[in-house]
Design a protein around this ligand. Structure first.
Ligand code: CIR
Length: 252
């Protein structure tokens, strides 16, 4: 894994609770979400990341989930096209910030692709085909990535929001994920999350550290054996809005 140096994040807005949610975990507290977001930014800083913080954009209640708006490599930022009408447009301010830092490519209309569906494993990108990412959007991404020397593999995903809601690549041939997605980790080591702990499949490797969500003891006991420097964060308010650790940043 190449060294990560920067992240773009966006603070949750006051209308954060009006975003899309299927979790049935209740309404999130805006104040607590702000505190959890601040802790997230601190954790990234601890991992030697220069964090670029965008202020909340009240037009988009889900705007803090910036991961969905771009796919970033060393060479390029590919601006995506979110599928839900309430999120379409979030990508424009990311484009503005990103264009000062990277060469830009774009997923074009009418296709859709969200960054949460993109799992990078070394030089290959797995692309989840979900309600948010269609095959044509995935084909566009694959074609763009191939210009920069990367390959792509499409993965049909059922019953979960985004591919990375269900699986994470931790580096060093280690994965954590739900059983449905074990094919991605074939021949590699995969920690299988147990029933009730599915949320812990979304972990975030940042340089020498691994950020994991707090409150999933079975997954944690397996993760600690891998020997990473672990940072645990309480993600309760973002979870209520179907968001996880990876969703809150664009890392590069
Ligand atoms: C949504 O449904 O779009 C947001 N409430 C959550 C997005 C989470 N993003 C992600 O998994 N990459």
């Amino acid at each position: 894994m190449s060294k990560l140096t920067k992240a773009i994040v966006r603070k949750p807005g006051k209308n954060f609770a009006d975003g899309i949610s299927t979790s049935n975990l209740g309404k999130p507290s805006f104040e607590l979400a702000l505190d959890q977001h601040a802790a997230y930014r601190e954790a990234l800083k601890q991992c030697y990341i220069d964090v670029i913080v965008l202020e909340a954009d009240e037009r988009y209640p889900d705007g803090c989930f910036v991961e969905d708006t771009a796919v970033v490599t060393n060479e390029v930022a590919i601006i995506t096209r979110p599928a839900d009408p309430s999120r379409l447009g979030e990508e424009e301010s990311i484009l503005e910030t990103m264009s000062k830092l990277k060469k830009i490519e774009r997923i074009t209309a009418p296709e859709n692709l969200e960054g949460g569906d993109i799992l990078r494993v070394e030089k290959n990108f797995y692309i989840g085909i979900t309600k948010r990412t269609n095959v044509e959007g995935a084909n566009q991404l694959a074609q763009l990535l191939s210009k920069y020397g990367y390959t792509a593999t499409q993965v049909p995903v059922k019953d979960i929001l985004h591919l990375k809601t269900g699986i994470a690549y931790l580096g060093d041939n280690n994965f954590i994920g739900v059983d449905e997605l074990r094919g991605i980790a074939q021949g590699k080591n995969m920690i299988k999350v147990e029933q009730g702990e599915e949320y812990s499949a979304n972990c975030l490797r940042v340089n020498d550290s691994l950020i994991i969500p707090k409150g999933f003891p079975k997954s944690k006991s397996q993760i600690v054996r891998l020997g990473y420097n672990i940072i645990e964060l309480d993600m309760s308010e973002f979870r209520k809005m179907d968001g996880g650790l990876t969703c809150l940043s664009l890392l590069f």
